[in-house]
Design a protein around this ligand. Structure first.
Ligand code: HXC
Length: 510
């Protein structure tokens, strides 16, 4: 018996070496950890159980039968993060560049099937060159199987992708169908085709960083939700993220004990809004002062900064925060901000995460650049997402809520459950000056008359009370009591049950 156990350990040790020590060293030299080292950091100590460690490819083309590596370029299995079950897929770049063969795909789909059957999240750690070129259609088919499961799992279990090396082909398309993508600065890249192919096809000379580095994807393309300094930081932040997320779409949000009292009064919020309505203030100050222990996990922090989205907790329960940011473009809604927030709202609604919306928005951004870029359709995405969401929705208007953007930002009219306003709220079709200049166009030559008309409009609408008189605002609240009021509202809404009419699925303006 002893010798078979020894043989097992020998085989395991060999499999753990993946593509061999020189390739492991090369991985380290590039500032990257190996697949197993990453899993070690991601999961609770000793909780990871690996599957299919001895799986090998079956390809016999291009002399492949001579190079077989146990595990075949991907480490899969399950373990726990802070005690909760998580499935993991970690690409091993040391084996054929982490590329996907028929058997490698089977390892992945086994994990995806288990995650779906057992309703637990999947985290993918990507560091791979897509379909294994030597396997041709077997690899393409394998990726098709992975993609199908990505789609079936979407909205059922959270799927998280972390890009930790150069990734191409299927290793970017599969992440693209998951809920969130995170990257590592300077060592990870995402592109459909790499710089060499770009050069051949378009004659464009571009570096991997310029084509698909973390900066490009967090600030320009918005493909990635956030970038971290190195592997360790990325993995530790994934542990933090998982604490905010439910295991699936039926379980409800995790509840973490908190020492932050729900009735904490934040006196400083009574002076957050500047006297001058055109002066900005930082909405993140309100977010950090409102949520449990100032703990906010921001998503897409570097993209469309005129809207802020992310996860936090209120009385220990996860919430999604959507907030206009007056510091950037006065918090205006443009195409990028609308798409960013719409996707986040839909994630929250999929997974029964209540949404707290903080509103200070001067409207939609006018101009040809926006109109040609499809503002109507992109803005409609956010309107659609908020309106279809059936999770508890609590809205606080802190200052401006102008025009269509008032409707869009989780207003009462699109099924906001509890709609508060601060006394500084201004709810109107547009700013007073613009309004006066349109309604009283014939008086435009007379500056004094226009000023008087502007003041009149300002007096009538630059407050929350017209909306409150009509019940569109449930209550005008003191800014300092925001945490208390939002916690109470969320508590009251805990058992909210609303069903949309049956349909196969909706047709959100994509
Ligand atoms: C087989 C691959 C491979 C692949 C890399 N390798 N990609 N082997 N199939 N797809 C191997 C290399 O031959 C090399 O082996 C090792 O992995 C490391 O690769 P390098 O090129 O040396 O590394 P690096 O310079 O860092 O470049 C990484 C890379 C590049 C950017 C990923 O390798 C690359 O562009 N690969 C091809 C990407 C690609 O076109 N994939 C097909 C996509 S199609 P040795 O033995 O020398 O160490 C696809 C279809 C899905 O995925 C459908 C989408 C809708």
């Amino acid at each position: 018996m002893k010798h078979v156990v020894e043989e097992l350990e020998k085989r395991r040790a060999n499999a753990r070496l993946g593509g061999g020590q020189p390739r492991i060293d090369a991985q380290h030299k590039r500032g990257k950890l190996t697949a197993r080292e990453r899993i070690e950091l991601l999961m609770d100590d000793g909780s990871f159980e690996e599957f299919d460690m001895f799986v090998e490819h079956r390809c016999t083309d291009f002399g492949m039968e001579k190079t077989k590596v146990p595990g075949d370029g991907v480490v899969t299995g399950w373990g726990t993060i802070n005690g909760r079950v998580i499935y993991v897929i970690a690409k091993d770049f040391t084996v054929f560049g982490g590329s996907l063969s028929e058997t490698h795909a089977k390892k992945m789909t086994k994990i995806q099937d288990m995650a779906l059957k057992n309703r637990a999240p999947i985290i993918g750690l990507f560091d791979a060159g897509g379909a294994r070129i030597q396997e041709g259609v077997d690899a393409l088919g394998g990726y098709g199987e992975v993609f199908t499961r990505n789609v079936l799992a979407s909205g059922v279990v959270p799927q998280i992708s972390v890009i930790m090396g150069p990734c191409a082909g299927g290793d970017v398309y599969s992440p693209a169908m998951t809920d969130f993508i995170f990257m590592v600065k300077d060592t990870s890249y995402m592109f459909v085709t790499g710089p060499d192919v770009v050069k051949t096809v378009t004659n464009e000379t571009v570096t991997a960083e310029e084509l698909g580095g973390a900066k490009v994807h967090t600030t320009k393309s918005s493909i990635a939700d956030k970038a971290y300094e190195n592997d360790v930081e990325a993995l530790l932040q994934m542990r933090r993220l998982m604490d905010f997320l439910p295991a699936n779409n039926l379980d409800g949000v995790p509840v973490l004990p908190t020492r932050d009292p729900a009735d904490r009064v934040e006196a400083s919020l009574d002076t957050l809004i500047p006297d001058n309505p055109n002066k900005p203030y930082d909405i993140k100050e309100l977010i950090l002062k409102m949520v449990d222990e100032g703990d906010f996990f921001e998503i897409q922090e570097a993209y469309a900064k005129n809207i802020v989205v992310g996860f936090a907790r209120m009385e220990g329960h996860t919430v999604g925060i959507v907030a206009n940011q007056p510091m950037l473009l006065a918090g205006v809604l443009d195409s990028d901000a609308s798409r960013k927030a719409a996707r986040f709202v839909r994630f929250c609604d999929c997974f029964e995460i209540p949404i707290v919306t903080l509103v200070d928005v001067p409207g939609f951004l006018p101009g040809t650049a926006q109109e040609y870029g499809g503002l109507i359709k992109h803005g409609a995405k956010l309107l659609f997402a908020f309106a279809e969401a059936t999770v508890p929705k609590v809205t606080v208007i802190t200052r401006k809520a102008y025009g269509g953007a008032y409707d869009v930002m989780s207003s009462k009219h699109i099924r906001g459950d509890v709609n508060y306003a601060w006394p500084s709220a201004e709810i109107a079709v547009m700013g007073a000056k613009g309004a006066a200049e349109i309604i009283y166009r014939s008086e435009l030559g007379d500056a004094e008359k226009i000023k008087a008309r502007t003041d009149e409009y300002q007096r009538r609408f630059a407050n929350p009370f017209v909306a409150a008189e009509r019940g569109y605002i449930d209550e005008v609240i003191r800014p300092s009591a925001t945490r208390q009021r939002v916690c109470r509202a969320l508590n009251m809404l805990r058992n909210k049950t609303v069903e949309n009419p049956w349909k196969k699925h909706d047709n959100i303006p994509l």
